[in-house]
Design a protein around this ligand. Structure first.
Ligand code: HEM
Length: 512
């Protein structure tokens, strides 16, 4: 027994020693030998990812705000974790977010590790691999292609209009994020699969689908730190999981998997001479990818396409729904802005819904355009989305950022830039109708910039213009905010999407 005790003691000692050597090596690597040692920032952030985790998870999406404080203290370039730098300098944004012609842009692995769809275009790390995947998608998101789908979007927006009228006189408020989430979900699923999920037809507007991404993004800091936990949590049976965000993500993944399988079956049937076209008859992304894409077979495997679909639906849903909900709040909260918009819309919307204007006609309404630009400025994705330049060092002032370093800038550095956008925290559409608008557009980056910028810009626009015009047309619905105020839109947490206070019940309205 004594012999065994000594052996156990020794084993524990050896284990602790090895652990100490292991952590000392990591620490030395990060604090002494890393090429990032010369960059300013707190030692703790450079030492461990736990610093970022603390602000992002324990303090609930507050690292973006802490980064602001760190810039105030340390200057325009700082090290925000062992592997990543952050710059706050609006003039330098265009040097980081560049096109392929300027230089290759990869993504840090932490970006992919935290997502449930690691094989999508958006989460592809390597530059060349990303180009290959993105090129296969790009034709379906061109302005031309989106214009072809416009009649389907107009139909969905008319349905939204009818559904909203059904709430007329009801004392029960409706949550606009959920309603617009249903629109965005129906549009993006029709676009991807040829048959929409019919979220607008559900009594609760399929609210779980809209909320699943928001639930899930709150867990991302954990998965960034422990990527295998995500793999595990998506693989284990549902009854073993306690977290509603993970349960819903599992269900959502199964739903998308089934949809991808349906499209594959339909295209195989078609190839065999049967009736296998997309259900609405128009060209859809996944039918086309399976029928005509030149991607290698491994890129068209079920799990790969499921990951692509999950990201497309997610990317197209929350961003669009949230922008619409926030814009609606501002319009309802600022009657003078609403009056100006209604006045501007009058000639085009006078016979709605019998006669529906086109996106091109709506884009030509200056005040509507200004409302969209301002809404996106205040509520686009605000957080940093880092790039890695694998082949080249980057010069910033007196600093040389070594090739292979993750470097990012938060969009809020530009959108809150007082020199360009005075009173940045106020919704002022008129700022887009006066002064040097071309200059302002240079500092307006809600869709990101460069080779990895948003692919769905045209689709987002067509939805935003049609929905805002239909919901806020003159002589249309009378909407009133219900127990909703500035605190329900004020950016307080970065959960990938800019979010208000956590106990907000959302932007709720009554219709009379
Ligand atoms: C108001 C609406 C939207 C906003 C504010 C928005 C914003 C963004 C931003 C900031 C990025 C990241 C860019 C970067 O890494 O620098 C992005 C990427 C992306 N978005 Fe959007 N987006 C919107 C709507 C859509 C829609 C409707 C779709 C289509 C389904 C979409 C699909 C994507 C995809 C696939 C990517 C990844 C692109 C890549 O990595 O190559 N987005 N979006």
């Amino acid at each position: 027994m004594a012999y065994l005790d000594i052996r156990v003691d020794q084993a524990i000692l050896l284990f602790l020693l090895l652990l100490a050597v292991y952590f000392s090596t990591i620490l030395a690597g990060r604090l002494i030998f890393s090429p990032l040692v010369k960059f300013p920032g707190p030692r703790l952030a450079a030492t461990s990812f736990l610093y970022e985790f603390y602000y992002d998870f324990i303090c609930r999406g507050r690292y973006e705000f802490k980064i602001e404080d760190l810039h105030d203290k340390y200057g325009p370039i700082i090290r925000i974790n062992p592997d990543e730098l952050h710059i706050r300098d609006p003039e330098f944004h265009s040097q980081i977010y560049v096109n392929s012609g300027v230089r290759k842009s990869s993504r840090p692995a932490s970006h992919r590790n935290a997502t449930p769809s690691r094989e999508s275009t958006a989460t592809t790390l390597d530059h060349d691999h990303h180009r290959q995947r993105r090129k296969a998608l790009e034709p379906y998101f061109s302005k031309n292609m989106v214009t072809k789908l416009e009649p389907e979007i107009q139909r969905i927006v008319k349905r939204l209009h009818e559904r909203l009228w059904q709430h007329k006189g009801s004392p029960t408020p409706i949550n606009l994020f959920e309603v617009y989430g249903a629109v965005a979900s129906d549009v993006v699923t029709a676009y991807c699969f040829g048959s929409s999920w019919g979220s607008l037809e559900k009594d609760n507007y399929d609210a779980d689908t809209s909320h699943v991404h928001m639930f899930f993004t709150k867990l991302m800091p954990i998965f960034r730190l422990f990527p295998s936990l995500l793999t595990l949590s998506l693989a284990i049976p549902e009854w073993m999981i306690k977290d509603p965000g993970v349960v819903q993500m599992q269900r959502y993944r199964h739903r998308v998997e089934k949809q991808v399988a349906d499209v594959r079956r339909a295209t195989s049937l078609k190839k065999a001479g049967g009736a296998g076209k997309g259900i609405t008859g128009h060209t859809t992304i996944f039918h086309e990818l399976l029928e005509r894409s030149t991607l290698p077979p491994s890129e068209l495997a079920d799990h790969r396409l499921t990951d692509e679909a999950i990201t497309l639906v997610g990317a197209g849903l929350v961003t669009t729904a949230q922008t619409l909900a926030f814009v609606s709040f501002y319009l309802l909260n600022q009657p003078e802005a609403l009056a100006k918009l209604q006045n501007a819309l009058e000639p085009l919307m006078v016979s709605y819904p019998a006669k529906t204007p086109t996106w091109t006609q709506l884009e030509a309404v200056p005040y509507l355009n200004a409302v969209v630009l301002e809404g996106l400025r205040m509520h686009g994705v605000a957080r940093r989305i880092a790039r890695i330049f694998p082949d080249e060092d980057l010069k910033y002032k007196e600093w040389t950022i070594p090739a292979g370093t993750a470097i990012g800038m938060s969009a809020s550095a530009l959108h809150d830039y007082e020199r360009i956008f005075p009173e940045p925290h106020f919704f002022i559409p008129d700022r887009w109708l006066e002064g040097d608008v071309h200059l302002k557009r240079k500092y307006w980056v809600p869709f990101g910039r460069g080779s990895r910028a948003c692919i769905g810009i045209s689709l987002a626009y067509v939805e935003l213009y049609h929905v805002i015009a239909a919901v806020f047309r003159p002589n249309g619905l009378k909407m009133k905010l219900f127990e909703t105020n500035e605190s329900d839109v004020k950016y307080e947490h970065d959960f990938l999407f800019p979010s208000p206070k956590e106990d907000s019940k959302g932007i709720r309205v009554l219709i009379s």
